[in-house]
Design a protein around this ligand. Sequence first.
Ligand code: UT7
Length: 334
Amino acid sequence: MNNPNLRAVLTGTGAYLPAKRLTNDDLSRMVDTSDEWIYPRTGIRSRRIAAEGENVSDMAAAAGRQALENAGARPEEIDLLVLATITPDTPLPASSCLVQTRLGLSNATCFDIAAACSGFIYALDVARQYILSGAARKVLVVGAEKMSAITDWTDRTTCILFGDGAGAVVVERSEGGTQNGILSSATGTDGTLAPLLHIEAGGSAMPTTAETLAARKGFVRMDGHTIFKYAVRNMAGIADKAVTDAGLRHEDIDWLVPHQANMRIIQAVAKTMDLGMEKVVTNIENTGNTTAASIPLALHEAVSDGRIKDGDNVLFASFGAGLTWGATVVRWGR
Ligand code: UT7
């Protein structure tokens, strides 16, 4: 920890989106809604939906494989895999164990993290802590979700929001004196607000029964209006803290890569951080809210098309069920 040259550096990104696209017009044939209602309120026009039999471990493996290739890392070099998801293939074992097998990560310790939309930020923070403590050298961090499996397709207040997908990054230990890598990481939780965004049944407190199925208790329920307010306040607050902890000012941030929950939330956070929308990476229009996958998906797009360049200061910020929130500042480059 005391070596000033020690850094956790992001060396490769990857992403996966299922082929099937569900548009707002498609949704308007399923529930009482319209593109005219959805797009201005959320910024979403379409989202991807996993195929029958396509699971979180499949999507996570696809994104992870691409991140390994882009990092130039061999599977056996990975000593830790952290998978952020609230939609694992099965309750047991952790889906990260299935991803390990698919990718041949024979030397990796693997576990899942359930922190909803903040899952990727939490997982990245765990990777950073493992690397700075000397416990790991190369870490694969994946955010992957099959939100379509826990969405109530008869509830117009939630089913318009979510989508499926996966994103991944490789994080490596560097002692070579690079100025790049993770500059700061900040996280927060407030469990007193858990009922604002939750799934009532399907866990050990209320196992699935014919009654819970009939009452549709196994799906996401949300007080969207209240969540909206907390999202803006807490994302902006934690983003500001991460920037300060990194020794930077708002104007030093080249790119904000926010969790893609709602375009209006993203715009409000950007405004608070004094960032014009030209500095904000958004893909919500075509992905919807992919929970733990949203930040690494957007990040991969902006790195792949050359928007994010070496030396750029990149800010990630998230907010989600728990309630949970977090932010990371990364100086891009190896
Ligand atoms: O990932 C992190 C967690 N999630 C979030 O951050 C989401 C945060 N919240 C939101 O993005 C917004 O609250 C929503 C987009 C979910 C909802 O927008 P809103 O402006 O807060 O709408 P509302 O819930 O206050 O509903 C307004 C009206 C209601 O009708 P009445 O009661 O005013 O007659 C709803 O019944 O809109 C109605 N409504 C709809 N109408 C057409 C709700 N959903 C729909 C819909 N289509 N899909």
